[in-house]
Design a binder for this molecule. Structure first.
Ligand SMILES: Cc1ncc(COP(=O)(O)O)c(C=O)c1O
Length: 367
């Protein structure tokens, strides 16, 4: 290897996102249920804002994300001020800021597999060591004693996700509080809540109240999921005044493009769209459970806009068979869930097609 290169930049490996429809190169009607995208399309208010902004492409964008931060503070009903929010080009970039800010050679992060692969990959790219404290069977519960045991003097970040991708499980209030009450001060807890709008469990919590209490916790969020703006790459985080100020250092001038800023601000006011989306996902989730029960397919209940299943055939074989039936799904062996497949909740039409295809694929296997 060229001595100029940082050896650890290769340690994290590469993250292969789900395929796009154009990569499939087919004229067949395909329901794309592989990347947890929005079933209806983007927020209409965001689209209108982008169209308007297009006339001003010759100008540089806002120097920083201040207007989006203010819109976020309003959206969260000023529970915390605008200065405690920080924005970036996607939830993934927010994770990158956190990892660059707190990790490096000789330092450690804790992840809880099955988990979003970016935590491991980006941490590795900074030369950090990543320890896995797997979620506990059978329902992917957080292993609080295991995490506490894994903490060393070098630990700087604990990555938590609720609702979790790919399992759909969540961290109940009691579990999160048990951890927050016991972690030492030399580390931060990251709570990735990009799927928070889809959760309906009564003991589901976001990071907000713990930020307000002054815990060293950072929330990670995204406009990709509930607002359907994945292609625009907009994300945000919020934390204590001290941590937010520190991470805002990564907000280089003109970090966000003007489309993202306008789309983000407009999306935050698109309450009807959010309500309609949440109602549809939550009711379809129940319908899909009933369908999976009827077919006898193993699955885990989900607080997200996706459901993890365990087909009785290898996940890759299952993926190909489903694609043949016009349904794109996502094997998540590489997320630490061997043999499992994550299926996004789509429109009622897409979900019906999914269950129909599943019935066929299962019967092929049995016969
Ligand atoms: C758990 C989790 N966190 C963060 C992200 C990042 O979202 P984005 O980079 O699109 O904002 C995703 C995307 O799938 C995710 O599943």
């Amino acid at each position: 290897m060229n001595k100029l290169f940082k050896p650890y930049l290769q340690n994290g490996g590469t993250y292969k996102g789900g395929k796009t429809l154009s990569e499939l190169d087919t004229d067949k009607k395909i329901y794309k249920l592989s990347s947890n995208e929005h079933p209806f399309g983007p927020s209409p208010k965001a689209v209108a804002a982008v169209k308007k902004a297009a006339n001003n492409f010759h100008f540089y964008p806002d120097r920083n994300g201040a207007r989006l931060q203010t819109a976020l503070a309003d959206f969260y009903q000023n529970e915390i001020p605008a200065e405690q929010f920080f924005t970036g080009n996607s939830g993934s970039e927010i994770l990158d800021f956190i990892i660059r800010g707190f990790l490096g050679e000789g330092l450690e992060a804790i992840i809880c597999n099955p988990a979003f692969g970016i935590y491991n990959m980006f941490s590795g790219w900074q030369g950090a060591t990543v320890k896995d404290v797997p979620l506990l069977a059978p329902n992917f519960r957080l292993d609080v004693p295991g995490i506490l045991n894994a903490i060393t003097d070098q630990t700087r970040v604990i990555f938590l996700t609720s609702p979790n991708n790919p399992t759909g499980s969540y961290i109940p209030r009691a579990g999160l509080e048990a951890l927050l009450d016991q972690v030492p001060e030399h580390l931060v807890v990251v709570l990735d809540e990009v799927y928070y709008k889809f959760a309906d469990a009564s003991d589901y919590v976001t990071a907000m109240e713990y930020v307000k209490k002054g815990h060293q916790i950072i929330a990670v969020n995204s406009f990709s999921k509930i607002y359907g703006l994945a292609a625009l790459r907009i994300g945000y985080g919020y934390s204590t005044p001290e941590i937010a100020e520190y991470l805002l250092m990564y907000n280089r001038p003109f970090l966000l493009n003007q489309l993202s800023i306008e789309a983000g601000i407009a999306a935050l006011s698109d309450e009807d769209f959010v309500q309609e989306t949440v109602a549809m996902i939550q009711s379809e989730r129940l319908k899909i459970y009933a369908g999976l029960d009827a077919l006898g397919v193993s699955y885990w209940k989900s607080q997200g806009n996706f459901i993890l299943i365990k087909p009785s055939i290898p996940s890759k074989v299952f993926e190909a068979a489903m694609l043949n039936e016009g349904i794109m799904v996502r094997p998540v062996d590489n997320f630490g869930a061997p043999g499992c497949v994550r299926v996004t909740i789509g429109t009622p039409e897409a979900n019906a097609a999914y269950l129909e295809a599943l019935k066929k694929v299962i019967s092929i296997v049995v016969n």
